[in-house]
Design a protein around this ligand. Structure first.
Ligand SMILES: [Zn+2]
Length: 182
């Protein structure tokens, strides 16, 4: 089932999300729905707050990028209750967009390397390290669980320049080919 995506300005995107337990109701179905919602919107990552749920759950599938980046073809993750254990001081700048902020992409600095702990969809614990683009996508989605959006991390001048676009999203003046909550 495709879920409507919360847009910039919706308060659920600004809340700190809560951990869940393995008996969270219909968790498998929710995860399936999040993947379906993400694919339908041509996204590569989606965090639960973006579908209105303030819980620590995110999904990622980088397969759509495999033509230019074969190493991303198999990168499909479900992360439950993730905890960022370490991040590198070294940062890389890269362009990011967000399904909750349609029509805007900006350069965002992210740690080049991260070490993260999380539970998968079977509540098996993983501790893994990621680099470069994978680390970027995970940091973006992890931020959603903390109520942080990529526009919080861009240069103040850039933020000023996209202010009217952001205000238009808040007012619902935005074209989106997927279902959204305005
Ligand atoms: Zn996002």
């Amino acid at each position: 089932m495709i879920l409507p995506i919360d847009l910039y300005g919706n308060s659920v995107l600004r809340k700190e999300s809560e951990e869940i337990t393995a008996d969270y109701p219909d968790l498998k179905q929710l995860i399936n729905n999040m993947f379906e919602t993400m694919y339908n919107a041509d996204g590569i990552g989606l965090a639960a707050p973006q579908v209105g749920l303030s819980i620590r759950l995110l999904v990622i599938d980088l397969a759509p990028l495999k033509e230019d980046n074969p190493e991303l073809a198999q990168f499909k993750k479900v992360m439950i209750n993730p905890i960022m254990l370490e991040v590198s001081e070294e940062e890389l700048i890269g362009s990011e967009g967000c399904l909750s902020i349609p029509g805007i992409s900006e350069d965002v600095p992210r740690s080049q390397w991260i070490k993260i702990q999380y539970y998968d969809e079977n509540f098996k614990l993983h501790v893994e390290e990621f680099e470069d683009f994978k680390a970027r996508v995970i940091q973006h989605e992890y931020d959603h669980l903390e109520g942080i959006l990529f526009t919080d991390r861009i240069k103040p001048l850039r933020r000023q320049m996209i202010k009217s676009k952001l205000n238009n999203i808040v007012k619902g003046k935005v074209d989106c080919k997927y279902k959204v909550v305005r």
